[in-house]
Design a protein around this ligand. Structure first.
Ligand code: IPE
Ligand code: IPE
Ligand code: MG
Length: 253
């Protein structure tokens, strides 16, 4: 029996987030420059999207370029931006056929004009698709996002539209880039690093974390199925006791 067949269909996460890491090391292992790894990472994105659709995952957020990644050598940043334009151009038709909607989180305005134009064109074209929402995190960092949200909330207080003591967790959440998406139940990081690198810090408060040594260019949908399988073995308690969770499950059944 394949891992996919072992998955429990009514316990598939609605939202999975992936830190796609290890492209540079993958390329170096092959005696190539880092960009070679980024290029090969596109196939992994394709496979992950396919796998997500097969399982009925509704939201897939991919960390593609962080705020901190702007500090990489200029040639690598330029190559990544060019690859982004190329990938969007190449993949939009297929995403459309597969009923995938595209969204972006991050400081989009800091991206080169051509990238913004391509992205917006694709986002518009795929806007009515509803099987899967593919969310690309570009020029994204969680601290940037939270600071941005804080500014928006503060502006409302300043304008008198909101009182400071009326601010709730929901108010803050509603001003994040991810306001219209549920929190990810599962976050995956490839390449063996076990850190979050400024990704979705607010949203992963109760996400299950899954780390795999697989480098991103080697990642395929079967690796996603492995992660979901592991997710399904865990007991998510949300601060309660195991006994309470068992009782709740018995009542639901
Ligand atoms: C992830 O792979 C892609 C981006 C961060 C853009 P890396 O480029 O970080 O590859 P490693 O971690 O150096 O191997
Ligand atoms: C995180 O990977 C960002 C993306 C995958 C886009 P990095 O390779 O930039 O993270 P660190 O620097 O190893 O933490
Ligand atoms: Mg890395």
């Amino acid at each position: 029996m394949s891992i996919k067949e072992k998955l429990i269909s009514d316990n598939i996460p609605k939202h999975v987030a992936i830190i796609m890491d290890g492209n540079g090391r993958w390329a170096r292992q092959r005696g190539n420059d880092r960009t070679f790894g980024h290029e090969h990472g596109v196939e992994s994105v394709r496979s992950a999207v396919e796998g997500a659709r097969e399982l009925g995952i509704k939201y897939l957020t991919l960390y593609a370029f962080s705020t901190e990644n702007w500090n990489r050598p200029k040639e690598e940043v330029n190559a990544l931006m060019a690859l982004l334009v190329h990938a969007i151009t190449e993949e939009t038709d297929k995403l459309n056929e597969n009923n995938v909607r595209l969204r972006v989180i991050g400081d989009v305005e800091s991206l080169p004009g051509e990238v913004q134009k391509k992205l917006n064109g694709s986002i518009d074209r795929l806007a009515d698709n509803e099987d899967l929402t593919l969310i690309l995190a570009l020029s994204y960092s969680s601290r940037w996002e939270m600071t941005d949200a804080m500014k928006k909330v503060a502006a409302k207080v300043e304008q008198g539209a909101l009182k400071a003591d009326e601010i709730t967790e929901e108010t803050f959440q509603a001003h994040l880039n991810t306001a219209s998406y549920p929190d990810p139940e599962l976050m995956i990081r490839t390449s063996g690093e076990q850190r979050i690198s400024n990704f979705l810090l607010w949203q992963i408060a109760y996400a299950e974390l899954y780390f795999t040594p697989t480098l991103w260019p080697d990642f395929r949908k079967e690796n996603l199925f492995d992660a979901i399988y592991e997710f399904q073995q865990r007991e998510r308690r949300f601060g309660k006791t195991s006994e309470q969770i068992n009782e709740e499950n018995a009542q639901k059944a």
